[in-house]
Design a protein around this ligand. Structure first.
Ligand SMILES: *Cc1c(COP(=O)(O)O)cnc(C)c1O
Length: 448
């Protein structure tokens, strides 16, 4: 079977554009493009046969199909030759039952999808493997590109740098100086990318990289390039697959540039179109109150205005003018969407509270968890709902945030769960004393 996918304008302008062409916006109206698959061709395989095929490949060793993105290659980017694929075993991340945290907040069937347990520590790997693979195929078929470039709040640049390095493709990353975590700055440096740290915020970096792309100096790797979303949409398929093809009731996801929620919707749409699913889950987007343009639009019947994004600990979503706003609103209208926001204290305390049940959350996951608690408290999520929180990055990339929280030095936050080490001399009696004191409090109580 010949599977096919093309770029098409999201506003409905006429015309298909090849995915192997550097194009990011509709040449007619300037709106974003999206990848559209040939559904008739995909329908030649039945829904049970797709499920069986995806299950057969999942986390196995036949390259590249063991990657949970490339195991769904026909749905992602069928025009890629296998030997152009740049993969570092994306997806297949753990989906854990957050039993204790769920019990504490009154959600019995709460699950965390740990997208940050991946090669560069965030979900961005899911999309970057697709984009860099397409770049390699374009270059091998004779197109000259100076570099692949992105503006980034940290995780996109880490992913771009790693995948480009693996394929020996020059990468350029443009970061807002002082606004990404230390790990996120070190990742592209370690992987050999050219790192430009600009004296602006993410929206400022994005404006510059878009200009470079318009002048065709670089190939654009931001999520405005909808190839990324084709990889990211596999998370929707993977979650449903991990529940043996049952759709959960609610999905909670933190949103910044809003590519990821759009991708989540695209994955759900495709499963429904091909008959793998019938039910539609509710989608909840969680934003930091300091950078909440989608939340404000939700309050005003989806009338959107860009805002100036203030500094937030959830630095990867400090975005005031999200590129994928229209796609995101379209998704939320289809999926009974809700948008909730979290203050700095709410996001930091939610992350720390969940950490006390065995997690190690990044601040963006903290935003999602705080939103979940608010919706549960208001009864917008039921105790028996099956809820999946999409954890977007690995907490170990955000130790600066954790350190400041527990040291009580986070701006605007009076932490409810700050903890510190007990410093002692090298003295056995002092240790015994400390053990007794700890036991008399809570932490060493036997579990029931
Ligand atoms: C990129 C990112 C987000 C936001 O995703 P968008 O597609 O920009 O909405 C959330 N969390 C983390 C950790 C990220 O890196």
């Amino acid at each position: 079977m010949e599977y096919r996918a093309v770029f098409r304008c999201i506003a409905g302008c006429h015309g298909d554009h090849a995915v192997m062409q550097p194009i990011y916006r509709c040449p007619t109206c300037g709106d974003l493009l999206e990848v559209v698959h040939d559904l008739d061709a995909l329908r030649h395989r039945s829904a049970p046969a797709w499920m069986q095929l995806f299950d057969q490949r999942y986390k196995r060793t036949v390259w590249p199909y063991g990657s949970a993105v490339w195991g769904k290659k026909e749905w992602v980017c069928p025009e890629l030759a296998d030997d152009n694929i740049v993969s570092m075993d994306e997806g297949g991340t753990n989906l854990l039952w957050a039993e204790r945290f769920g019990r504490e907040i009154g959600v019995d069937d709460l699950w965390i999808k740990l997208c940050g347990n991946s090669h560069t520590g965030s979900f961005k790997d899911l999309g970057m493997t697709v984009l860099v693979s397409v770049v390699r195929q374009m270059m091998r078929s004779g197109r000259t590109l100076q570099a692949v470039a992105c503006a980034s709040t940290g995780d996109t640049s880490a992913a771009l740098a790693a995948y480009a390095a693996a394929a020996a493709i020059p990468a350029l990353v443009i970061l807002p100086r002082g606004k990404v975590s230390e790990a996120q700055l070190l990742q592209p440096l370690a992987n050999g990318a050219t790192v430009l740290a600009l004296d602006t915020d993410f929206d400022g970096c994005m404006a510059i990289v878009q200009r470079l792309a318009e002048e065709e100096r670089i190939y654009l790797a931001n999520s405005m390039n909808s190839l990324r979303l084709e990889g990211q949409k596999t998370v929707a398929v993977e979650i449903v697959q991990q529940f043996d093809w049952e759709v959960p009731d609610v999905l909670v996801i933190p949103g910044g540039n809003l590519g990821n929620v759009s991708a989540l919707g695209a994955g759900l749409d495709l499963m429904e179109a091909l008959g793998l699913t019938r039910k539609r889950p509710k989608i909840v987007v969680a934003q930091a109150a300091k950078a909440n343009p989608l939340y404000l639009a939700y309050q005003q019947d989806w009338r959107f205005e860009p805002v100036h994004a203030e500094p937030t600990q959830a630095s990867a979503i400090q975005i005031g003018n999200p590129v994928s706003i229209k796609k995101a609103i379209r998704t939320l209208q289809r999926y009974d969407g809700v948008v909730e926001q979290a203050s700095e204290t709410e996001l930091a305390d939610a992350a720390a509270r969940a950490d006390l049940t065995g997690m190690f959350n990044c601040p963006h996951t903290g935003v999602a968890l705080a939103a979940l608690v608010k919706l549960r408290d208001r009864g917008q999520i039921a105790k028996t709902d099956r809820v999946v929180v999409i954890s977007t990055a690995n907490g170990l990339k955000f130790t600066d945030f954790k350190r400041a929280y527990h040291a009580r030095t986070l701006a605007d936050v009076e932490p409810a769960h700050a903890r510190r080490a007990i410093d002692l001399p090298n003295d056995y009696a002092a240790v015994c004393d400390a053990v007794d004191r700890a036991a008399s409090q809570t932490s060493l109580h036997p579990v029931s």
